[in-house]
Design a protein around this ligand. Structure first.
Ligand SMILES: CC(C)(COP(=O)(O)OP(=O)(O)OC[C@H]1O[C@@H](n2cnc3c(N)ncnc32)[C@H](O)[C@@H]1OP(=O)(O)O)[C@@H](O)C(=O)NCCC(=O)NCCS
Length: 180
């Protein structure tokens, strides 16, 4: 999967260093939209930082611990999502995502996360996929809800983004639920 067409103008591409400039520009244009929920935003001050992130994710892909993709809409990169912390011992992974504010409200992330879930179950040694979000992040929590995840737990004060501390809602989906 280097680049895959999901239909309706949505594509996923494996994140490679050549994406660094475009992804940095997206983050730069979306600081206020992203920083409330994502801890890396203020630290991202140049494309070199984003390049280092992508290179690190590629190293983690080689060791089977992560997969990061760029989401395209109508030929333009609009966001990033990842399978993170792929754990072959406990057979789990967690999906993270963000998208350009201008591309929200169209179901792009729901469709892309649905594909990432099947990639996880089809290609990695996992039987459980998690999504973590703050309870007040309604748009984020709506994604696992829409995809049939179960709201399983709340870990108090365990998400930190900049000056904000939030509870962490853990949504879980099991392989048999997905395949059923
Ligand atoms: C969280 C985030 C990725 C969600 O983006 P989003 O655009 O709401 O998600 P989707 O692309 O799935 O779109 C869903 C919306 O499109 C609508 N929609 C339209 N067509 C749709 C379709 N075919 N399928 C699903 N939803 C569709 C839904 O009704 C929903 O609209 P609503 O918000 O008015 O209810 C985005 O808000 C974001 O990047 N936030 C900042 C970063 C962040 O919080 N990341 C997550 C950290 S845990």
């Amino acid at each position: 999967m280097l680049r895959e067409d999901l239909g309706e103008g949505i594509e996923l591409a494996l994140a490679v260093p050549q994406h660094a400039e475009a992804i940095f520009e997206l983050i730069n244009a979306n600081r206020e939209h992203l920083r409330r929920w994502l801890p890396f935003v203020d630290a991202t001050q140049d494309a070199g930082y984003t390049r280092a992130f992508i290179e690190n994710q590629l190293r983690d892909l080689i060791s089977g611990r992560a997969l990061t993709v760029v989401v395209y809409f109508r030929g333009r990169p609009v966001g990033v999502m990842s399978l993170n912390r792929i754990d072959p011992v406990n057979r789990t992974t967690a999906i993270g995502y963000w998208i350009d504010e201008k591309a929200t409200g169209r179901g792009i992330v729901t469709r892309a996360v649905r594909r990432l879930v099947s990639l996880a179950f089809d290609n990695f040694p996992v039987d459980r996929v998690e999504i973590h979000c703050a309870p007040d992040n309604k748009a984020s929590c709506a994604i696992p809800q829409r995809l049939g995840f179960t709201r399983e737990a709340v870990l108090r004060q365990s998400l930190r983004a900049h000056e904000f501390t939030d509870d962490r809602v853990i949504w879980g989906l099991l392989r048999e639920e997905w395949e059923g």
